[in-house]
Design a protein around this ligand. Sequence first.
Ligand SMILES: [Mg+2]
Length: 280
Amino acid sequence: MEQPHSASASPEYAALLRAGDRLLVALDFDGTLAPIVENPDVALIHPEAPEVLAGLSAQVRAVAVVTGRPARQVLALGGLDDVGDAIGESGRELVVLGQYGNERWSSNARRVVSPKPPAGLASLIGDLPRLLRRADAAEAWIEEKGLAVAVHTRRMADPRGAFERLLPVLTDAAKTRNLTLEPGRMVIEIRSSGMDKGVALRRLVEEYDAQGVLFVGDDLGDVPAFEAVAALRREGMPTLLVCSGSDEESTLRDLADLVVAGPDGVMEFLRRLTADLARD
Ligand SMILES: [Mg+2]
């Protein structure tokens, strides 16, 4: 695994520093800003994150949290209202994109803007008990998220086996309803098509006229964002892709410029970046 200190030597990191206050920093929440825990209802943000995000935001154009969770959930788990206050004081903005970019909250607007649930979602939710039984996974936990539904196997006796059995069954059920399926860490989420973290990130870059992008993620749902950032790099934009490493997920490691050790490593990296930006 690459160690955080080696990042400061990379040309990507140096280019990012030169982007300075035109830099957009976007971060996933679970596994990146908050440790993964058994019960996702209590996945609180890393205790250092509020201070780290406020400090970083003073050096960059905008800080965004881009998550699969509903925006309101992540606002509460992250104490992001208060973080937004601190960031607002420095004249910058904190943005929270919930449900993969379908919902939007900002520290200036202070309300969650959200579209209607996608057609087909209600019918799929109604069919879920039958589909779960068919995959021999009746004990999976169904989380209704408004614009999406998530099926969690983490708390089952055989989480990986149940996940593997559910994946083809739910893929079919999503496809026939024109919905998108997103596999995650022991969770399968079904939601509207046409939006993902990559599309969301591209919009943020345009909106803030960003001239550099840092994205930090940990999970399969972050792959579209990694791909969008890689495309921006090919277009000549300074970018850096950081993977918040865990034992469970390896896809992102191969795509990342830098792998850090979970949320602790993310905090350390962001502190270093903030200091380096302030110096330049
Ligand atoms: Mg995550």
